[in-house]
Design a protein around this ligand. Structure first.
Ligand code: FAD
Length: 438
């Protein structure tokens, strides 16, 4: 596989920080470009889509069964992705820079079409990257985003640690604390994080911790905790999962874990100012964890659609081949109509994801919780489509030898993580009603 079609890698400066700054600049300069989106994809978007699809088809899908069975992080495949520029800050910046916002969901859909477990191993890093990009200062972005990815020869992953055993849907329940030690000029973090994708195997961990518990979620800060530097951070139990099994999920423990003052995203001064505003009863739109989730929802929706599309395509081909009662099973309306609805649902969900991604990229407020709508719909479509695909394959759909049961197992997580389906409905209901629905 070759480098991305219009990769900035070819022209990026030597030093990691300079290169990151160049990537950020590419994103900023895109701000002045035409931001309207057309369903007629540009040549650039098509080229990137086809390039990622090639990698998904040739490298990811053939390896999917093996890594699902092994239940291990597919480091060699992450490295392959790094080699071609699909995994790395320059690639990520290029996808994000598209002013229409469509490239990022397109890339995610194609990669997850190949396999969601491997896809998450490759793109799980992006949640931490989104947090750093969304909340970090220019200097922090330049320093930490490249470190999230490492280099081609020494690939790293990153983790975003918000959830805790008693704080899942309700992030205000976060019990991990960050206290500032004035004498040492360091933050001291304590607590237990749960369910962290790449938790413990990442170098950069972005940890959400409470600085002022009385302020609930508004008293949270986001801290960069590099495993290679900080003492007192360790991996807890690795979770054995129903799906997405190539992706590592684990608890992370923080035990008097110390990081320098400047490792809070946005800087200590800004955090202090924000907390002071909240204490005075002034509005603060910034909630460290929610900001990150809100920004990433359309991309997560696109991942779910990649799985759904894989299952739909497989079921369509199968139905055109398989004969019962002397005819192809697709010649029965029951099967053909199911496939028609599968395709319709996928395309409808994609439009929601693209709309939200376009809005998010162009700074349009999600007044009706369009990000949540896209994630809710895509998650439900992925679960439903993959379940129907099993039905169309009959016994083969239920067998490990065929990929469809894996896709169904993988799809279910999209009803759960980054806000469950119920929480998405809560967010939408509050947005459309203006009322505090419980
Ligand atoms: C594979 C995997 C990867 C993950 N990766 C990460 C990660 O990288 N970083 C991270 O921080 N977290 C991660 N998570 C955690 C994930 O975000 C949480 O599991 C999710 O937010 C749900 O929280 P919970 O599991 O505590 O469920 P709970 O919050 O306990 O919810 C249980 C049920 O109650 C429902 N419920 C809760 N409150 C309400 C309400 N008000 N109204 C109606 N229904 C409600 C929920 O919808 C759900 O059905 C991951 C989880 C998994 C499984």
């Amino acid at each position: 596989m070759s480098a991305p079609p219009t990769s900035p890698a070819a022209t990026a400066p030597e030093g990691a920080t300079e290169a990151a700054e160049a990537a950020v600049e590419a994103i900023r300069s895109a701000a002045g470009q035409d931001t309207s989106f057309s369903l007629q994809l540009s040549q650039d978007q098509k080229d990137i889509r086809d390039w990622v699809h090639g990698f998904a088809a040739d490298v990811v899908r053939p390896a999917a069964h093996e890594w699902d069975e092994k239940e291990q992080t597919p480091w060699p495949i992450i490295q392959e992705a790094a080699k071609i520029g699909l995994y790395g800050y320059e690639g990520m910046a290029q996808f994000f820079a598209d002013p229409t916002g469509l490239t990022l969901p397109i890339v995610n859909e194609e990669l997850f079409w190949g396999d969601a477990g491997i896809g998450m191993s490759i793109f799980g890093t992006s949640l931490a990257v989104a947090a750093i990009f969304g909340q970090g200062s220019g200097e922090q972005i330049g320093e930490w985003i490249p470190r999230c990815f490492g280099t081609v020869d020494d690939v790293k992953v990153a983790a975003f640690c918000a959830s805790e055993p008693n704080a899942g849907s309700d992030v205000s329940g976060v019990r991990s604390t960050a206290k500032f030690d004035e004498g040492a000029g360091e933050w001291v973090l304590n607590g237990q994080k749960a369910w962290a994708t790449n938790g413990g195997i990442a170098d950069v961990h972005v940890v959400i911790a409470s600085v002022d518990r009385e302020l609930g979620a508004r008293g949270h800060g986001a801290f960069v905790v590099p495993m290679s530097e900080a003492k007192g951070i360790s991996q807890g139990t690795k979770v054995s999962k129903h799906g997405l099994r190539a992706s590592h999920t684990a608890d992370v423990f923080l035990d008097d874990c110390r990081v320098p003052a400047g490792y809070v995203l946005g800087g200590k001064e800004k955090l202090d100012e924000r907390l002071a505003r909240v204490r005075e009863g002034k509005r603060s739109k910034s909630q460290a964890a929610m900001q990150t989730f809100e920004a990433s929802r359309p991309t997560v929706a696109a991942q779910a659609l990649g799985i759904a599309r894989a299952a739909y395509e497989y079921a369509l081909d199968y139905a055109k081949e398989r004969e019962q009662f002397g005819r192809k099973i697709i010649e029965n309306q029951a099967i053909a109509f199911t496939l028609a609805r599968m395709k319709t649902e996928i395309d409808a969900a994609r439009l929601l994801a693209w709309r939200a991604s376009w809005m998010g990229r162009n700074g349009l407020a999600f007044e009706n919780a369009e990000g949540s709508m896209s994630k809710l719909k895509a998650g439900e479509v992925a679960v439903w489509v993959t379940e129907r695909a099993i039905q169309i394959l009959g016994g083969n759909g239920y067998a490990r030898e065929f990929p469809v049961e894996r896709w169904h197992r993988d799809a279910k997580i999209y009803d759960i993580f980054e806000g469950t389906a119920e929480i998405q409905q809560l967010v939408i209901a509050r947005a459309i009603s203006g009322m505090h629905i419980k």
